[in-house]
Design a protein around this ligand. Structure first.
Ligand code: DGY
Length: 320
């Protein structure tokens, strides 16, 4: 008899077929009020769980006494009840390496878009408001040659630093628990305390994972330390920032602009004050959202689940 697994995201046919070869699959396209009861019922027999985005709660895990491995199609693991997974020795597999470069591309897109006011000025043209040559009230600021402060020098932080330093001749400062040898040797990056980074950076880029220790890591006090011309980029998780404090800093022009791919509540409600700020560039959490990378993530997550249920945790286990 094949082991039973639950899938809670629609997958490309070929990847679904790979799962069906090995497992008896109960497949759900997301988890919502329409399918929650069936999803919970399927969990009672499941040895594996694979999907993305939806929070996997304590209540769901309690429904799944036979669960041995969870495979998320993401690098982030903040949507899981880690304490329960750890206590029950359920492997949590994720996709850390396949999305690094794509996510760094997205962050750099936000750097350019905010500095050069790409969205705001594109809207000006579309709205038929382009009259004569553009004056200083519409000028942006340079990116090349500036200082980027990266908070969290992991894989994505390093990939962003490479783009900034090698492509745009930027000076890289970073804040991280431990030194990043490669960034220091190859990109002349300087590790520094957070306050010093905030005070020096023209672009403050947040790439920290969300953990109990990083919730609201950047708030009023940190925005106050930034330069009035600083641009703040968040590509980690919305909850790492005190969003009302960010909104206030943008409204009062205490910082120049923000480029945000993540929000405290997602999808961001249209009623958020952020939606009315022309100095905020807002993306719908698309860090890794390219055809190539999303497919690579699915393949990686399927491989991870197959391996984990075979007892091989490899390098992609987040709680080994
Ligand atoms: C990730 O992989 O964690 C991305 O943020 C998508 O959720």
């Amino acid at each position: 008899m094949k082991p039973k697994i639950v899938l809670y995201k629609a997958l490309p046919e070929a990847e679904l077929a790979r799962l069906r070869d090995r497992f008896e699959v109960s497949a759900f396209d997301g988890i919502g009020p329409h399918n929650r009861a069936d999803f919970m019922a399927a969990l009672t027999e499941a040895e594996g769980l694979i999907g993305a985005s939806a929070p996997v709660t304590t209540e769901m895990l309690a429904q799944a006494p036979r669960l041995r491995a969870v495979s998320t199609i993401s690098v982030g693991i903040d949507q899981f009840d880690l304490a329960t997974l750890n206590r029950r020795r359920i492997a949590l597999m994720h996709t850390p390496s396949v999305l690094t470069e794509t996510t760094a591309d997205t962050l750099f897109a936000l750097v350019i878009a905010t500095a050069r006011r790409v969205v705001e000025l594109s809207n000006l043209v579309r709205d038929g408001c382009w009259q004569g040559s553009i004056g200083p009230e519409h000028f942006g600021v340079d990116v090349h040659g500036k200082t980027m402060g990266i908070i969290g020098m992991g894989r994505i932080g390093y990939a962003l630093a490479k783009r900034a330093h090698l492509g745009f001749d930027m000076k890289i400062n970073y804040y991280n628990r431990s030194p990043h040898q490669q960034a220091e040797a190859q990109l002349s990056a300087t590790r520094m305390p957070l306050d010093a980074l905030l005070a020096e950076a023209d672009f403050v880029c947040l790439v920290l994972p969300l953990t109990p220790g990083t919730e609201r890591f950047i708030g009023r006090e940190q925005f106050a330390l930034m330069k009035p011309d600083a641009i703040f980029i968040n590509g980690s998780r919305g909850k790492v920032v005190d969003e009302p404090a960010l909104i206030q800093a943008l409204q009062e022009r205490r910082i120049r602009a923000a480029g945000l791919d993540v929000f405290e509540v997602e999808p961001l409600p249209g009623s958020s004050p952020l939606c009315r700020l022309d100095n905020a560039v807002l993306l719908p959490h698309i860090g890794s959202a390219t055809h190539e990378t999303r497919l690579a993530m699915v393949r990686c997550a399927v491989d991870n689940l197959i391996a984990a249920l075979d007892g091989d945790l490899g390098r992609n286990c987040a709680n080994a």
